[in-house]
Design a protein around this ligand. Structure first.
Ligand code: BES
Ligand code: MN
Ligand code: ZN
Length: 496
């Protein structure tokens, strides 16, 4: 979907979109459009339920007096009460209403005075809800013949364009990229090819480094290597750096992503039903990659390091086994109980590496880690575990700003009593792993944060939408990108 903002009034259009307030007034960007659309609306008035309530929509074919094939009227309710989330939702509503025949949209909605970014927010919603992934279709679906190809937004004073080009477009691109990465099946995306994909970040000024098995062995990343050893696809620990702060030596924010390009469960094999969804067990790494795209694209004035723990969990001949004892980079030994609890193994090494190497101001990891968090919070909230109240508060604020829901869950040393092993320093999972495995996993990970302000986001269940959502069609969500972007925004050097 190609979105452009233009200052000149549209003369003709395939589908022309204008707004209508709850009072029945057309809100369009020029007086002539407004008059013509108002005339069409008056003729309709008695024959439609459309009353201009927010997110109501009506499409009129061959509208009189307008140089457009179709006129689409979208209800704004009381436009002065709409915040950025509401404008995004309106854009999402429009994208959802398109049935595949609207390939080119011209947006001519007049935003209320005093809200110069409203149309950029609208475009964001349109882009995110209008997302689709059709790379693997050789024949287009009938109801998806063209989908939305071009969007032209009439923006007379150029204010929304600035917001779009300097900010929103990059965030949208980050979310879309994270979704695309998720959608790639495991025969197309494995650790090595994930790193290749991520090299696209270099064009935005991000540096990229990836450590393979030899270097991981030299670093002592025994937990990550153990998980990867059952697969013929080698692991990678990737490091993405964006140095946007005025002070290039300022301690960075570090984002760590679980990047299991496929999680079969390993020898503790998962049931066949639903296993295909585990191609998406790299959603944490995708979110970090997408966030780096957003931050570098909008030239965020902050130093950020993205760390991706990339591996494939397979039951190969050399697979790690329940009962194995492995040594983590931190030096603690772990008794493996269930090879399907691989995420905490990979993250243990990735977090320790991040903490020791970058001495971050704060660390946030994102991981599709446990079914338990889905049992607790369903598919709506991300679970947050934090060692630091200030960081937890910042994340809650970033959640409100970005619209990505999260809820703080408890870290508590008492959980550690269940992580004692007869033979090693740590047990990988609690003996009763059906009880609060999400909390035990978080407690396990907290050791490897090396006393840094750290938060862990268990995004299991949120990485994929099982139904259409206002800003996301059924499928990959790209969860985490907007949240991390909002968190980083709070740490940017204040503009002079
Ligand atoms: N990747 C899974 C968790 C998951 C579940 C992600 C659903 C996305 C959607 C994780 O590696 C896993 O298998 N966890 C196990 C741990 C258990 C064996 C202790 C779980 O949650 O059952
Ligand atoms: Mn697993
Ligand atoms: Zn997993």
């Amino acid at each position: 979907m190609n979105i452009t903002f233009v200052e000149n009034a549209p003369q003709t259009a395939d589908v022309l979109v204008a707004g209508v307030t709850a009072e029945g007034c057309v809100a369009a960007t020029t007086a002539s459009l407004e008059d013509a659309a108002q005339a069409v609306l008056s003729r309709l008035a008695q024959n439609t339920r459309f009353k201009g309530a927010a997110n109501d929509l009506i499409e009129i074919a061959a509208p009189e007096g307008l140089g457009a094939e179709r006129l689409c009227l979208i209800g704004l309710g009381d436009p002065t009460t709409l915040d950025s989330h509401a404008w995004e939702r309106l854009g999402g509503t429009l994208a959802a209403a398109c049935d595949g025949t609207e390939t080119s949209l011209t947006i001519a909605i007049a935003p209320p005075a005093g809200n110069p970014s409203a149309l950029a927010d609208f475009a964001m919603g349109l882009r995110l809800r209008g997302y689709r992934h059709d790379r693997f279709r050789t024949t287009p679906r009938e109801d998806d013949a063209g989908a939305i190809k071009t969007v032209t937004v009439h923006d007379p004073d150029g204010s929304a364009r600035d917001t779009w080009e300097s900010n929103h477009a990059h965030i949208a691109a980050g979310v879309v990229w994270a979704r695309d990465l998720f959608a790639e099946p495991a025969n197309c995306l494995w650790p090595e090819t994930f790193v290749q994909e991520a090299t696209a970040l270099e064009a935005f000024g991000v540096t990229l480094e990836a450590h393979g098995p030899d270097e991981l062995r030299a670093m002592g990343a025994g937990a990550m290597l153990a998980v990867a050893q059952g697969s013929i696809n080698e692991p990678r620990l990737a490091v993405l750096r964006w140095n946007g702060a005025d002070d290039k030596n300022e301690a960075p924010l570090v984002f760590v992503g679980k990047g299991m390009t496929f999680d079969s469960g390993g020898l503790s094999l998962k049931p066949a039903k639903g296993m295909e969804e585990m191609k998406g067990d790299m959603a944490g790494a995708a979110a970090v990659t997408g966030a780096m795209r957003a931050l570098a694209g909008r030239k965020a004035r902050v130093n950020v390091v993205g760390i991706l723990g990339l591996a494939e969990n397979m039951p190969g001949a050399n697979a790690y086994r329940p009962g194995d004892v492995v040594k983590t980079m931190a030096g603690w030994t772990v008794e493996v109980i269930d090879t399907d609890a691989e995420g905490r193994m990979v993250l243990a090494d990735a977090l320790w590496f991040a903490a020791r190497k970058f001495k971050p101001r704060l660390m946030v990891d994102l991981a599709t880690l446990t079914y338990a968090i889905m049992a607790g919070l369903g598919l709506i909230y991300t679970g947050m575990y934090a060692t630091d109240d200030a960081l937890a508060d910042e994340l809650v604020a970033a959640s409100a700003a970005s619209g990505e829901k999260l809820w703080r869950m408890p870290l508590d040393e008492d959980y550690e009593a269940n992580l004692g092993s007869e033979i090693a320093d740590l047990r990988q999972i609690a003996p009763d792993s059906e009880f609060a495995d999400c909390a035990h996993a978080a407690q396990f990970l907290s050791r490897f944060a090396d006393q840094r302000p750290w938060a862990h986001l268990d995004i299991a269940g949120n990485e994929m939408a099982y139904d259409d959502k206002p800003l996301c069609p059924k499928g990959p969500t790209g969860v985490g990108v907007r949240l991390l972007d909002a968190l980083a925004r709070d740490h940017e050097t204040v503009a002079d």
